[in-house]
Design a protein around this ligand. Sequence first.
Ligand code: MG
Length: 347
Amino acid sequence: LPYSQSMRLGKKRLARERTSGELALIEQIRSRAKRTQAAGLLLGIGDDCALLRPRPSEALAVTTDLSIAGRHFLLEGHPPEVVGNRTLVRGLSDLAAMGARPLAAFLSLGLPAELVRAQGRERAWVDRFLDGLLTLAESYGVSLAGGDLAESPLATADIIAIGTVAPSRALLRSGAKAGDNLYVTGQLGGSAAGLEALMKLVGRRRGKLSIPLRRHPAIATHFNPQPRVAQGLWLGRHGASAAMDLSDGLSTDLTHLCAESGVAAEVEAARLPLHPAATLAQALHGGEDYELLFTAPAKARMPRTIAGVAVTRIGRIVRRQRGKSPVMLIGDNGSQTLEPGGWQHFA
Ligand SMILES: [Mg+2]
């Protein structure tokens, strides 16, 4: 049932059904989404479709990301606000990696009934999920403009994120050239280190899980990744040659970028900006850092920070050689191939 259903019901019937779980939730989402009204959104939740209007010179950038309990989040480990926040971060990070400005998001939820109901004094899981999602949406000027709801034995949240970008400024994966420098924003491995620390706490827990974030800065990083929207917009205006976001891990994502560009890459291990809690393996293969991986011609001067986030040169793009692995890791003891070691579904 789309949220828009509530619009088509008569007022009387709506009042009668408002107490039923689904319609009550739709109404709640609709009224809470009002605080997220982006410019470019002509019509949000309430009709059969939302209406979006990009500027005449802009294209729409569209991405979709599926989050499933037990795969992308743990009901017993991730607070609902964190699941809501991270669900939207995944979409906004893809927009950032295209150099796009976020406009609207569409959320489809499949939830077991107990996650929609308040439990005694505690608010329903879905209410807290929306707290996290809408807080992030508001801070990035994104409208929650529609979606769908269904009861499901498995909790799933699918986000569609839509942004706008002038086509000439879109950051593609296919633009890297031999001789370009290779960069990342922020720090690497923090999310993987945080997930590992979280799993230990979940395993040791007796009763209610409490997570002392001050004692576990990596868990805080894992819980609250930042989509690099301002950095992506800057890179689109300042001549980055290729970009993508680090969602599956540097080794896996860089292999994708090299394949799309038809090039190879050399990464200098000593240059990698490790999160203080992360190992080198977590920085190379741990996913969900949501930093930007990008390339720029050697003559382009990159600042040390973009919008307050560090930029680090981690290596360079080289010509692809037949039969050779596309990504090499250069360390103290020479170079070795860096195989994709990040997350792969169906592997
Ligand atoms: Mg991506």
